[in-house]
Design a protein around this ligand. Sequence first.
Ligand code: PEP
Ligand code: MN
Length: 337
Amino acid sequence: MIIVMKPRATEKSIERVVKKIEKTGMRVHVSKGTERTIIGAIGDERLLQQQQLRSTEGVEKVMSVLKPYRLASREFHPENTIIDVGGVKIGGKKLVVMAGPCSVENRKQIITTAKLVKKTGVEILRGGAFKPRTSPYDFQGLGEDGLKLLAEARKLTGLKIVTEVMETEDVALVARYADILQIGARNMQNFKLLKAVGKIDKPILLKRGMSATLKEFLMSAEYIMSEGNHKVILCERGIRTFVEYTRNTLDLNIVPAIKKLSHLPVIVDPSHGTGEYEFVIPMSKAAIACGADGLMIEVHPNPEEAASDGDQSLIPKRFENLMREIKPIAKAVKRDM
Ligand code: PEP
Ligand code: MN
């Protein structure tokens, strides 16, 4: 249930509404916007006397949330959420680019890549230390050694780090090193893992499952948020369709659809979305044009020798081109870079 307060409702009246909700045992979430405060009540709505709330001083209206996702819905939080990652803001006017190799392979590879992407204006370094691979015989990642290398790259460049966590048991470990924890497409509905990252105080990059509907995607965000962690960044990374000329089908329709239904920031990953380096620049431009808050791009100093996803990784020169070529698109849609 949502309680919309009047534009000039006092702190005291807000407090009174919160107390009334708490008394029923429902959970309360207060969202203070620039215009007005919106109070969310989560739990069994039958416990609340809507009429009593409606007549409380400062209350403008009381509404039931019709969507199954509540905390993630725009009804609950009409303004865009901006997530602050140690000073880097995701979801604001400025676009954010996350770039780096698919996997952290060795010191030289990750440090070289970090320095290269930093020079082009990137603020967040990506790199997997725990890799979800289709084959058990493929490179599975360096584990904690990979996380240590990422931390070293951060120290040298000042870049923030985003890296995947695959298991509930590793959440604390990954959270010690990462600035943003990534939940991969294959784990989008690993509800135990979602609940575990919902209990920490670090931003989460939630990738869309390869066959997830928009509703399922937002429900997974809701899992994280319902545990108390509201810092969720959504990431479209392509879905499975009948199309066979690309690895996945980048579903850019979902960007405006998410913006309509949710307040959470959206990042687009055209590397996994297409699977081919040649398509990464055009789809990056398209992503920005349709309202994405940023990009996640795989970059490798020598893609031919990459331990994973070489086909879709950009060489540094091409990545420089990407950063230059998206600027006029950003300007056209009134975003800063
Ligand atoms: C990745 O980011 O390297 C990755 C494995 O992504 P996804 O979960 O989208 O496949
Ligand atoms: Mn990858």
